[in-house]
Design a binder for this molecule. Sequence first.
Ligand code: BYC
Length: 476
Amino acid sequence: MAGVDLDQRIPNNVGLGDDRRLRRALEAWQPAYVEWWREAGPVGLQTSDVYLRTAIDVDTGGWAHYDYVKMPDYRWGIFLAPPTRDRVIGFGDRKGEPVWQDVPGEHRGALRRIITVQGDTEPASVEQQRHLGATCPSLYDLRALLQVNVEEGRHLWAMVYLLHAYFGRDGRDEADALLERRSGDADHPRILGAFNEATTDWLAFFMFTYFTDRDGKFQLAALQESGFDPLARTCRFMLKEESYHMYVGESGLTRVVQRTAEVLRESPDADPRTLGIIDPATFQKYLNFHYSVTLDLFGAEVSTNSANWYSMGLKGRYREGRIDDDHRLDSAVYSLLRPAEGEGGGFAMDEAPALNVLNERLRDDFIADVETGVRKWNRILGEAGVDFELRLPHRAFNRQIGLFRDVHVTPDGDGIAEEEWRRRESGWLPTARDREYVASLMPQAVHEPGRFANWIAPPERGVDRNPVEFEYVRFA
Ligand code: BYC
């Protein structure tokens, strides 16, 4: 394997120094990327010095370096996790054969599609979050936002490397198109639904990093099983960075709930919206929205795409190696919920060939993971004597993709007519007024080191062993 080369224009461990053609192609893409970053990236912060983590190695220890950086000068590199010796394909029709170091001709289209969809989400999230700097609750949180943003940028680089290195002309065209689509754009939207929704405020940002980045974790985990070894190794390294993004979401929402609980304990009888905090009912509405939109990102329950990708050895299951079965799914079945047949509505459990419902299985893994946060937040509320239980809505609630897209259910899962759903929707999902209220708590950025907006508790500790009151961002 090529060593880590930090002196190249594009830091990398993929031997760019020895591959003139590829290096030139990527160096030609680089200015377009930086231009995209300036145009679509964080607003008003391009000349500030930000205390950022930069990936510089792929070892478990010491893989990253922290220092002040102006974001357009960030060293976005291409890093693949070290290869696993004698790795074989772990699932599908070619199980047990050596992994591919190049793209098999027959899988070219499918792999290009998977890599393009993955790549498209990365810049999309940066675009969605570009205005949040103006209302940050602290320098600590502003740094977290910008860290997430630059690393999403690096994840775009990771996918663009694969497109350029393995897919020739088509790959270069896809890489160019990744900089041309824009989140929410009427003519050139991002590919997946959730990545065209606006991230309106910091509560939405923490929900997004809690739920949607966690879709990233599960999708990347499924792709790190891939028989196409460069994709597997790329995803393995991306997951290292991704875990911080989910930490930002999880700890951010926990701090919101802590602050809410603390204030409500002091004033249990007041209208929570007069106390300058995020009231539990609003928190629940945001949660309903981000959870349901993220569930859609796993695709349709019954999917021939995912069945084919599995059989081809391109995309596995979460922790494939730990599952005790034949890893081919020739005759396995899997249980899933479906809308019940007939007039009465409701739902019924059904069994389907496991191969056909891999998206649903991954969604189940995701749901089990997100439940832990909800339990924790309820504990915090309960300990403060707040009479409110947060809940994940029913999986059929507010879905646009898959079996539940045409049914209308309450967050509890009761089927209702569309008209009633429309009438009651404002009680379940954030309205413009809810968003205005949340925005009113965040009128301007808090820039004084160590100070936090009223609606969020400070974190327990700072970053990279620095204190919470460290000057994480210095403004130009
Ligand atoms: N919105 O068989 P189906 C992340 C399309 S997040 C719009 O149901 P399939 C990150 C689908 O493309 C992780 N369209 O689904 C997080 C297909 O279209 P075509 C991103 C959708 O293909 C935060 C058609 O409907 N990575 O990294 O089995 C910040 C029927 O498809 C949606 C990946 O998703 C939707 N929600 O699975 C930054 C992994 N859902 O092909 C980053 C790569 C489905 O007929 N992608 N469609 O035109 C995949 O594995 C699959 O494409 C999906 C869909 C799981 C997304």
